[in-house]
Design a protein around this ligand. Structure first.
Ligand SMILES: Nc1ncnc2c1ncn2[C@@H]1O[C@H](COP(=O)(O)OP(=O)(O)OP(=O)(O)O)[C@@H](O)[C@H]1O
Ligand SMILES: [Mg+2]
Length: 320
């Protein structure tokens, strides 16, 4: 069996086994400005300057992790990702003791600590799922001190000068309220918005180069309409819809499905039947958020908007 060699390094008297970086090509398409803003955070302009650790915020599947991965790649630095969860403990984030074959305790550095030691980029993914105790252990790392203290290994670990960090957060479902003293260390906030029609098509084409244009086009139409209505369907949803539709089309060779039928089926399976009627879904969502629906006067039910007999027709004409 092939032996995977684990890189080790020494901090004080303690030997740490390092996590490996994440491999892969991660291209960021469109929204060049957001990528530039993230890269700006990581510049260091002077000996007295420090890099910033920004928050990348946006709904699920919009590309937060992809953006951070692409930025690390642009800088040609090894990339490490730590997936934060509600039960991440400080030692998981830093150093964990494991029982080695020799019966001795070996210490494993987390992806974050490995990035700190190797001068890599670490993405703390889904940061708002992590509890305060774990965040507290990162407070010195995220300010001018740039170190962490592993209580378990009894060592202080200083970050390499090239170490950079970003935290991704979903703006809707926080598991924990991240305390203010932590948020003030995770600045600036870079909000990732929905892609334009052209960019969304390029994203789908990039991930699904084997898909027919028609299928991509109806998916982009659907996603763009959802973005207009402020519904949080994402490029990831679009990719999943096309992927499943294509698989269904390929499978039903004897009883060919039409592309439209396969797409409609896929939409329902991926996003639920309610996604078939985006306008209704948007209205329901607005109501549940307590937002008023666009106002409709009594006369709106009887007259078309441009009807010359509509009593409110000239309401916004300042000359009348
Ligand atoms: N601008 C983009 N360029 C290239 N791929 C993109 C872009 N935006 C989204 N994607 C693709 O959409 C999918 C979802 O992106 P990603 O996983 O980065 O989203 P996320 O915001 O991190 O989601 P989550 O909040 O669930 O972690 C991925 O397959 C990603 O490659
Ligand atoms: Mg992500």
């Amino acid at each position: 069996m092939e032996q995977i060699s684990v890189k080790k390094t020494r901090v004080g008297d303690v030997e740490l086994a390092l996590s490996g970086p994440v491999e892969g090509q991660h291209k960021w398409i469109g929204q060049v400005q957001t990528l530039r803003e993230l890269l700006a955070c990581w510049l260091v302009l002077d000996e007295a300057d420090l890099p910033l650790s920004p928050r990348l915020v946006g709904p699920p599947g919009i590309g937060k992790t992809t953006l951070a991965m692409a930025a690390a790649r642009t800088r040609e630095q090894p990339l490490y990702i730590y997936q934060c969860t509600s039960d991440t403990r400080p030692e998981d984030l830093l150093v964990t003791p494991v029982l080695a074959e020799s019966g001795k305790i070996a210490y494993h550095a987390s992806p974050l600590v490995s990035a700190m030691l190797e001068g890599g980029v670490c993405i703390l993914d889904e940061g708002n799922r992590m509890n305060e105790k774990s965040w507290a252990s990162l407070a010195p790392l995220l300010d001018h001190r740039r170190y962490v203290e592993s209580v378990i290994a009894g060592i202080t670990i200083k970050a390499h000068g090239d170490f950079r960090c970003a935290v991704t957060m979903n703006d809707d479902e926080s598991t924990y309220e991240v305390p203010d003293y932590v948020l003030s260390r995770l600045q600036p906030t870079l909000d990732i918005g929905f892609p334009s029609r052209q960019d969304e098509m390029a994203i789908l084409r990039y991930h699904l180069p084997f898909a027919e244009s028609d299928l991509l086009a109806i998916t982009v139409d659907f996603l763009q309409r959802a973005h207009e209505l402020d519904l949080t369907f994402s490029p990831r949803d679009g990719i999943n819809i096309v992927r499943y539709a294509l698989k269904r089309l390929a499978q039903e060779e004897d009883h060919p499905l039409s592309a439209d039928a396969a797409w409609a089926e896929s939409l329902q399976r991926v996003l639920g039947a309610e996604a078939m009627d985006l306008d209704r879904l948007a209205a329901e969502r607005q109501q549940s958020l307590g937002k008023p629906l666009p106002t409709m006067d009594f006369q709106d039910f009887f007259f078309e908007e441009d009807d010359p007999l509509h009593p409110g027709k000239d309401d916004d004409n300042p000359l009348i």
